[in-house]
Design a protein around this ligand. Structure first.
Ligand code: PMP
Length: 400
């Protein structure tokens, strides 16, 4: 039957309801600040957003959004190719290109559309794509649509990439290599120096999704490629406005003039409405702020290091390095659900992640840190985990 494949998910929903827990789709009833809200009736510290720089609640961004809504209305009601290209969109494209020091930029309505649209369009039948095995769902969606030959290389393993490029022979020259900056689930960073070296040796084009690293890494916040000093080796950088920039939307920048022709071939750009001007206006302001205020990044990393060190000291299985994403890897689904619920009851909202959204077969309690968190809030999050450990709900053995 058509619906058979959904039975496992339906049963899981029933189990969650029976346990009176709502890890997916918990309702936020009120946002108090960038780091506090009322979720499912409880006042909580928000430790499961991607609001890395806390800009979703910045008064300057809010003012720009309000002003733009008054001037331009609430929505464009059309795609960029029809009636949806306002001077705001154009201005943001110019500013994001300037931010990256390149000449070409496309703004999309979501980060998902940016990544999947670019991946679906850049390569086609007869081309080859090599992608990191732990790539985000939007990358997988895009490459599947592309019709290109798809080769996965082992996560963050440049030697495996090199081996597969070597096997391609002459085809490597035109291959599209796809990696991310900071990986969204474990917070680990791609070895971009080594990946760029593979590209230099074998050829190809490098596409990076910097969704989680833009604003968080690099001297001026351009991301992991900037931090690794390999920006000249990158052909395309895609990213999102929904994390460090605190709004919604996505982008792709490139030094290649061909991006202007590619723009008119991307279905996720052509056949969808453009972002509302208020979103674009707040994004422009947030972009200005991340360039002007590097101190935000320093605070983000102070908080990230504090949370990572605190959870590691409890013996929990966190990712390989400190990062704005600090995920506790768990082996047991049922215990993960109990822990998620107990954290919420203790006033800490985190993300529960299950396969296939998590890499490997592990379950995750995924925390994301913000520059807007106070030291006291970070300590409260650590204390909530410590309490789980003390109560025996969470033991280092249950953490993978
Ligand atoms: N790429 C990566 C690596 C992501 O983690 C996400 C979102 N989590 C996206 C793309 C899509 O971005 P958005 O949610 O802004 O559409």
């Amino acid at each position: 039957m058509l619906f058979d494949k959904f039975k496992e998910m339906a049963d899981f929903q029933v189990e969650l309801a029976r346990r009176e827990v709502k890890p997916f789709g918990a309702v936020t009833e009120k946002i108090i600040s960038a780091t506090e809200g009322i979720v499912e009736g409880r006042e909580v510290i928000l430790a499961g957003t991607n609001n890395y720089l806390g800009l979703s609640f910045d008064a300057r961004c809010i003012a720009k959004a309000q002003e733009a809504a008054g001037r331009w209305g609430t929505g464009t009601t059309g795609s960029r190719l029809a009636n949806g290209s306002f001077s705001e969109h154009q201005a943001l494209e110019d500013e994001i290109a300037a931010f990256y020091g390149v000449d070409h930029a496309i703004v999309f309505s979501t980060g998902y559309a940016a990544t999947s649209g670019m991946c679906a369009t850049l390569a086609g039948p007869g081309d080859v794509i090599l992608l990191d095995a732990d790539s985000h769902a939007s990358i997988y969606a895009g490459v599947t649509l592309s019709g290109a030959d798809i080769i996965r290389f082992k996560h963050n393993n440049p030697d495996d990439l090199a081996k597969r490029m070597r096997r391609l022979g002459d085809r490597a020259q035109d291959a599209l290599i796809i990696a991310e900056g900071i990986y969204s689930m474990l917070g680990d960073v791609a070895p971009l120096k080594e990946i760029a070296a593979v590209k230099r040796e074998y050829g190809g084009y490098l596409f990076l999704d910097e969704a989680h690293s833009m604003g968080a890494l690099g001297a001026t916040g351009r991301g992991a490629a900037q931090a690794a000093g390999i920006e000249d080796d990158v052909d395309f950088i895609a990213g999102t406005f929904s994390k460090s920039l605190g709004s919604i939307g996505g982008f792709c920048v490139s030094p290649h003039a061909e991006l202007e022709a590619i723009r008119f071939c991307i279905k996720a750009y052509i056949f969808t409405a453009s972002s509302s001007p208020s979103i674009i206006a707040s994004t422009r302001e947030a972009l200005r702020i991340i360039a002007a205020e590097p101190g935000l990044r320093d605070t983000l990393w102070d908080n990230a290091n504090r949370l990572y060190d605190g959870l590691k000291a409890l013996g929990l299985a966190v990712g390989p390095t400190a990062s704005p994403v600090v995920a506790v890897q768990m082996t047991d689904r049922s215990i993960t659900i109990d822990c998620w619920k107990a954290l919420l009851e203790a006033g800490v909202y985190v993300n529960m992640v299950i396969p296939p959204a998590s890499p490997s077969t592990n379950f995750l309690l995924r925390n994301s840190v913000s520059a807007a968190h106070s030291t006291a809030q970070i300590d409260t999050i650590i204390a909530a985990y410590a309490d789980l450990v003390q109560r025996g709900l969470l033991t280092p053995e249950q953490a993978a």
